[in-house]
Design a protein. Structure first.
Lengths: 522, 106
């Protein structure tokens, strides 16, 4: 039987991070993953991540996956792929199916980072081909290059539904609507806004009734629900769609921890009771990432690092003092990610009415996915100024600050508190470089040039759809809700390596639409 | 064992529902009606439902339907889903072909 100092189960963001941390300490590390490719869900994430620099903010998920993998390989971590761990025996040995054979491996420390699986809700017709998980849609598009369908109904308005919805649009799929049984959009407002401005309607307080079709999905019926989630008769609506995408939450895949005998607790599914280092009730068995409680990839990476370092401390590979120093920094990084309106304590809260700064929250944003013009002007990222200047439509307290460092001319300030709303500094001078527009993971920054031509203004917007409209092309400017507002001419298209595939599209519109035109279509 | 299990309590008669033919466990093709009948036959735990109906014994090993079945038991018994214990987690957690086991252990 082959022995390692630490065995990590799952090569996603948490598992790879844990293995890197342990290998850096000098441990002999193996990572097992049942998939053909490592990286877990990271290689499906083509969007830019939120957070601060240490959380790899504004880097696209799959690039983070590539970075982690390269780091793990450099540290000579043994990455076993197509290797399904089927059990844990005698506390520290694992049974793995590899190359059509059961093998056993042993280690002094096990770090379990098996992630989560998608939830389903049953409804009439839910077993028809064409009803798929949002994660499955992402796998088809971003790993295999296959369109899941031509027209999709998205069920669930959390970040998964919003992000996958946007990716479907990027792939050329039409989205009939995004529905959610809750009365408010569950994910980040900026994610909802970038979908809404393309014209996708949000139907909150709506649930799916039926997937229509005999052999496969040919349509979907939805119905409005009351405050007790009961269908309201007479509110049924029909959509012609060939795909119904389910983004209704995740459940931790914690079976291995239960088999090992770890003490479990209920937290949206069974998760292990862990100490602050991710160690379970069994000494030497750690859990990190979604399996220890559903969060997101950024915190999974930090959690993995903590567990990796803790296992190194446990076996004497690092000294107590070094560990404490490391832990302090990682804990601080984790705390940053766990702040703001969407943190665990605020989840499901319905009585939040204002931001930390005391600015009223937009109900339109929470119910329809877009801000109203009269609301947006109240935010500190929106100032009326001569010449070119950024308009930052970031209106919720989320842990993210790349825009602050993207501007080398100190036009944008967030300050020490990572969840604070970005402020456009009054007497700063914007150079029109566009770095803030490209660095905003929420695509919420626009450049407005108020004195470009008589009666016209130019608006620069982040654009991630192919093919790019060419300079000189005339089309239609859309507002935040995706409604047509006026004719627009493309007067600039910038693609720089530093923008990392976010093109900066500049359109010319009549000046009365300066604060309403936010998207372009042909 | 969970506290809700007072086997003498009356959960009422099994009333047919219009969506009783909806499949809940898609691996084993077990319907909502079959699971509801099992509950009314006295199968009040996840383990009992599994052994009585085979729901959760298929390829995905209950990865999809466990949560749904838990909700159904809770509804029929009038308790919170949180009060219902999960199935016992067992090796192998992923389906393994018998021929793989047949090769012995490496």
């Amino acid at each position: 039987m082959i022995r390692y100092d630490v065995i990590v189960i799952g090569a996603g963001p948490a598992g790879l991070s844990a293995s890197i941390e342990a290998a850096e300490a000098g441990m002999k590390v193996a990572v097992f993953d049942e998939n053909t490719r490592p990286g877990g869900q990271l290689f499906k994430q083509i969007h830019k991540f939120f957070g601060a620099k240490e959380h790899k903010a504004k880097i696209r998920g799959f690039r983070i996956g590539e970075e982690l993998l390269a780091e793990a390989e450099k540290l000579q971590v043994d990455v076993h792929l197509n290797a399904a761990v089927i059990g844990i025996h005698d506390f520290n040995s694992i049974a793995v199916v590899e190359n059509e054979q059961v093998s056993f491996y042993k280690a002094g420390n096990l770090i379990i980072a098996t992630g989560a699986s998608e939830n389903m809700v049953p409804f009439d017709g839910w077993t028809l081909p064409g009803v798929i998980g949002a994660g499955a849609a992402q796998t088809m598009m971003n790993l295999h290059g296959v369109l899941p369908g031509k027209k999709v109904l998205m069920v669930g308005s959390g970040n998964v539904g919003l992000v996958v919805g946007y990716q479907l649009l990027q792939a050329g799929v039409e989205i009939a609507a995004i529905i959610d049984a809750a009365p408010k959009i569950g994910g980040y407002g900026v994610h909802a806004s970038k979908v809404a401005r393309t014209g996708v309607p949000f139907l909150l307080s709506h649930t799916i009734l039926k997937a229509e079709g005999e052999e496969f999905v040919t349509g979907a019926a939805v119905v409005e629900v009351d405050s007790k989630f009961q269908p309201i008769k007479g509110t049924e609506k029909h959509f012609d769609v060939d795909t119904i995408c389910m983004a209704v939450g995740l459940s931790p895949m914690s079976q291995l921890l239960r088999i090992a005998g770890c003490e479990m607790k209920e937290m949206g599914g069974l998760v292990p009771a862990c100490n602050e280092y991710g160690e379970t009730s069994i000494s030497g068995i750690f859990a990190a990432g979604d399996v220890a409680g559903i969060e997101e990839a950024s915190s999974a990476m930090v959690g993995g690092r903590i567990a990796g370092a803790a296992s190194a401390l446990r076996d004497g590979f690092i000294m107590q003092g070094d560990f404490e120093e490391k832990y302090k920094a990682l804990k601080e990084s984790l705390n940053q990610l766990r702040q703001g309106m969407f943190c665990k304590e605020n989840r499901g809260k319905t009585d939040m009415t204002a931001t930390e700064e005391g600015i009223p929250l937009s109900n339109s944003l929470l119910e329809k996915g877009y801000l109203l013009e009269k609301e947006i002007i109240k935010f500190p990222g929106v100032k009326k100024k001569a010449g070119v200047h950024p308009i930052i439509e970031c209106t919720q307290n989320i842990p993210c600050n790349p825009c602050q460092t993207a501007c080398k001319f100190n036009c944008i300030s967030i300050g020490e508190n990572i969840t604070a709303l970005p402020v456009v500094i009054e007497d700063s001078k914007c150079t029109n470089c566009g770095m803030c527009v490209a660095s905003c993971s929420g695509q919420a920054i626009f450049l407005l040039n108020e004195d470009s031509e008589d009666g016209f203004v130019s608006i620069t917007l982040p654009y991630e759809f192919l093919p790019y409209p060419k300079k000189g092309v005339k089309g239609i400017a859309l507002d935040r809700s995706g409604n047509r507002v006026c004719e627009a001419e493309i007067i600039g298209l910038r693609t720089a390596e530093a923008f990392d595939h976010t093109a900066l599209l500049t359109m010319k519109v009549p000046s009365e639409f300066a604060m309403s035109a936010r998207f372009f279509t042909l | 064992m969970a506290e809700y299990l007072d086997r003498s309590s009356d959960i009422g008669k099994l009333v047919a529902m219009p969506d009783d033919d909806m499949i809940i466990c898609r691996c084993e093709e077990i319907t909502k009606g079959e699971i509801r009948k099992a509950i009314h036959d006295g199968m009040w735990t996840m383990t009992e439902i599994k052994r009585y109906t085979r729901a959760g014994m298929g390829l995905c090993q209950g990865q999809t339907c466990s949560r749904i079945i838990k909700g159904m038991i809770a509804k029929e018994l009038g308790v919170l889903p949180l009060s219902i214990d999960d199935n016992t987690a067992r090796v192998p957690v992923r389906p393994v072909e018998v021929r793989v086991y047949g090769k012995g252990i490496n």
